[in-house]
Design a protein around this ligand. Structure first.
Ligand code: ZN
Length: 95
């Protein structure tokens, strides 16, 4: 059983507790929601990047020169990277 510190009052208690027994701060649940959001954001960023690379590949291999898959691919990769970095930065801040 690991002991963790309450971010509000600094009391030590079990990591299994959902809220602080001293100040009733529901930090554990909050952290779980934050961790879930970060994972969701990272997954979203990665899917944007994967989609971007697929579009890039399709755009480069397309026979039609008017195909704008390459531009969509670049935009998707930039959006994906910015989402990814934003959520990775948030994760660093929490830790
Ligand atoms: Zn507390």
């Amino acid at each position: 059983m690991a002991l963790i510190k309450c971010p509000k009052c600094g009391a030590d208690f079990s990591s299994f507790a959902e809220k602080c027994p001293k100040c009733a701060s529901p930090f554990e649940k909050l952290n779980k929601i934050k961790a879930g959001l970060i994972r969701l954001g990272i997954a979203l960023g990665i899917s944007f990047i994967v989609f971007g690379f697929v579009e890039l590949f399709l755009g480069m291999t397309a026979k039609d020169p008017m195909d704008f898959n390459i531009e969509i691919g670049f935009i998707a990769i930039v959006i994906g990277l910015s989402i990814l970095f934003k959520f990775l930065w948030t994760m660093k801040k929490i830790k």
